[in-house]
Design a protein around this ligand. Structure first.
Ligand SMILES: C[S@@+](CC[C@H](N)C(=O)[O-])C[C@H]1O[C@@H](n2cnc3c(N)ncnc32)[C@H](O)[C@@H]1O
Length: 312
């Protein structure tokens, strides 16, 4: 009787298909064609001391306009999702058009203040029930703005979102509902893929580097959302990995939707100056309280409510 082979056994892995003249073909194709006609300046400006290591309470659309061009190394953020969550000071359920208009207005400022070679990493969970691929729309926006797509990280949350029973058409192909246990991190660079920095200030060890460049990260969701009174935090481990993989010690880190300060907390622990902005005075206060207990915390953050113009 013939032994039935499974599909994996039939593949001869020793005869990997090679591309002949790979390098020449790469040159012919060209890299990141959508970003090559950018006009970004290489000049770097210092971040004024009044913004450094601060939690700022206000609308990012207003606050970011006050920061100089090319002064931030890394932006890591998770924008409001437009899911209808109960945030303290803002709505979270807008017509998608106005949501993206407001979001992209803030991202325009983020791009302006990023240094040449700086990175912006955006954590998004698309609202699949509305059939809006937020991660694609955000990526298309950055490519239109001539940023270079560095890659995409899948943040696997261990079936966190699949506990509810939304099947769509149960047992029928007419309209099954696809469910996702992960979120996306879209990574973009301004001007260049390579970031300048002193190798002495790289603080990622070999094992972490090997593990994290494999772009599926399994990290449990934040468990202390009730304690910190915020409905949509990301876990500190996620911020730690982003900061260590994409920035050097001493690089300036910004989160324009800082919530209760997870990115800033990670930055302070990892010796990176930070700027965190959130529209909610309650969240800013909680963020400041989380930072204050660290021995390296230096000064009282600004808690300065500006009039918000941006509608989310
Ligand atoms: C997904 S949460 C970010 C949570 C954060 N990553 C954390 O771990 O705490 C989005 C945040 O954006 C804030 N927000 C909404 N509109 C804003 C605006 N125009 N300017 C600044 N912050 C805003 C909300 O208050 C909310 O805290």
């Amino acid at each position: 009787m013939l032994k039935k082979k499974n599909s994996l056994e039939r593949i001869d892995n020793t005869k990997e298909r090679k591309v002949k003249n790979r390098k020449e073909k790469e040159v012919t194709r060209g890299k990141h064609y959508y970003a090559n006609s950018h006009n970004f300046s290489k000049k770097t400006n210092p971040l004024p001391a009044k913004w450094t290591d601060k939690i700022i309470c206000g609308d990012s659309q207003v606050i970011l306009k006050q920061l100089p061009d090319n002064c931030i190394d890394l932006i890591f953020t998770s924008p409001p999702y437009n899911f209808g969550l109960d945030y303290e000071d803002t709505e979270d359920a807008f017509v998608w058009d106005s949501y993206f208009k407001a979001l992209f207005g803030i991202f325009d400022e983020c791009i302006r203040i990023l240094k040449y070679g700086g990175r912006i990493v955006v954590n998004v969970q698309p609202l699949f029930s509305d059939y809006i691929p937020t991660h694609h729309l955000i990526s298309q926006y950055f490519m239109r703005k001539k940023l270079i797509w560095k890659g995409e990280i899948l943040w696997e949350k261990n079936h966190y979102n699949c506990k509810y029973t939304a099947w769509g058409s149960w047992k029928s192909p007419s309209s099954p509902y696809l469910k996702y246990t992960w979120e996306f991190l879209e990574v973009f660079c301004k001007g260049a893929l390579k970031k300048s920095g002193d190798s002495k200030n790289a603080d990622i060890d070999a094992d972490s580097f090997k593990e994290w460049v494999s772009a599926k990260w399994t990290i449990a969701p934040e468990r202390n959302m009730q304690k910190f009174k915020h409905p949509a935090m990301f876990p500190e481990e996620l911020a730690n990995r982003v900061l260590q993989l994409f920035s050097f010690k001493g690089d300036i880190v910004l989160d324009p939707f800082a919530g209760v300060g997870t990115t800033c907390l990670s930055a302070l622990k990892l010796q990176r100056p930070y700027v965190g902005i959130d529209i909610s005075p309650e969240y800013c206060q909680i963020a400041a309280d989380r930072l204050r207990i660290l021995p390296t915390f230096r000064e009282t953050p600004i808690l300065n409510k500006e009039t918000g113009l941006t509608q989310f």
